[in-house]
Design a protein. Structure first.
Length: 306
């Protein structure tokens, strides 16, 4: 009930106020100085070991059987002083008709007051329930309005985000179109002189050539050089053979002239014509030897020219 809830809240408030009062009135340890801190330690004379489990020890003892004894007599104190008596007549101490009036007034007043409190509580509860219903209706209406506003705000945000994305997409397409147009214009301007420059570079690099000139350079000139080289090798070989023959003849003649003929022969005059005949032969051989040299000189001239 509402009264019970109010009573519990009041009791909780009183308990919290009492705890706050006790905490405020309880003396506390002063705050530690800078660089130090308080540590909780045991300061008792006998230290107690703190452990999670309490040590338990079983012990036994044997007692004697109880013996029956008589009950203890009541304590009756001894009389002191003198006995005195007082006579009270009827009606001297208490008159019901007179003494019952304030009691009845109090009972009736309390009953009426309690009835009035109950009626007031019922009216207050009725008003609270009516206020609660009105508050619930108002809350529901505000909640519905809040949902409507949230939905409207959500739609506005979605519309704003969609418009923003559309604008960004439009800007992106415009930028892409402008870049494409600029790239196309740049490509056209760049490629305007590209083909002539490419052909010129290819012509300078030798990709475009005269077929007759190329045939002469690749076919005729290598063949001509090989033939000239072969001819020169043959001339050199002939010259070497001729030089070797001349050396052999000269060495043979030198050997013959270096050894004199024997003294017993009588045909010495007849050998002189041989020497005379040999001399023209030698000269003829020398002329033959000189002829290749001349031919060599003549053949050297085309080689130098080539």
């Amino acid at each position: 009930s509402t009264l019970e809830v109010k009573r519990r809240r009041r009791a909780q408030k009183q308990l919290l106020a009492r705890k706050l009062t006790q905490e405020q009135t309880q003396p506390r340890t002063p705050e530690p100085v800078e660089g130090r801190e308080h540590v909780y330690v045991q300061t008792e004379l006998y230290l107690e070991e703190i452990s999670d489990r309490i040590v338990e020890v079983d012990g036994e003892c044997q007692t004697d059987d109880f013996l029956d004894r008589p009950p203890t007599p009541l304590f009756i104190p001894a009389k002191t002083g003198k006995d005195v008596a007082t006579q009270i007549e009827e009606g001297e101490l208490f008159d019901f008709d007179i003494e019952v009036k304030p009691i009845l007034e109090v009972l009736v007043g309390k009953t009426v007051e309690q009835a009035l409190l109950e009626v007031m509580e019922e009216e207050e509860l009725a008003q609270l329930w009516s206020h609660q219903r009105a508050f619930a209706e108002l809350r529901n209406a505000e909640f519905a309005e809040l949902q409507r506003l949230e939905e409207q705000d959500r739609r506005i945000r979605e519309e704003k985000e969609r418009r923003r994305l559309e604008h960004l997409e439009k800007l992106r397409k415009q930028k892409e179109t402008a870049e494409k147009i600029a790239a196309r214009a740049f490509a056209q301007r760049y490629l305007a002189d590209l083909i002539p420059s490419v052909f010129n570079n290819l012509h300078d690099s030798g990709f475009f050539y005269d077929p007759v000139e190329r045939d002469i350079e690749t076919q005729f000139l290598p063949w001509l050089m090989s033939e000239v080289e072969e001819t020169l090798q043959k001339k050199v070989l002939g010259r070497m053979m001729l030089d070797s023959l001349i050396r052999m003849v000269v060495e043979k003649r030198l050997d013959e002239f270096s050894h004199p003929p024997p003294s017993g022969r009588t045909e010495a005059p007849a050998e002189e014509p041989r020497a005379i005949d040999a001399a023209p032969q030698v000269s003829g051989e020398a002329d033959a030897a000189d002829q290749p040299v001349a031919e060599k000189e003549e053949s050297d001239q085309p080689v130098a020219e080539e």
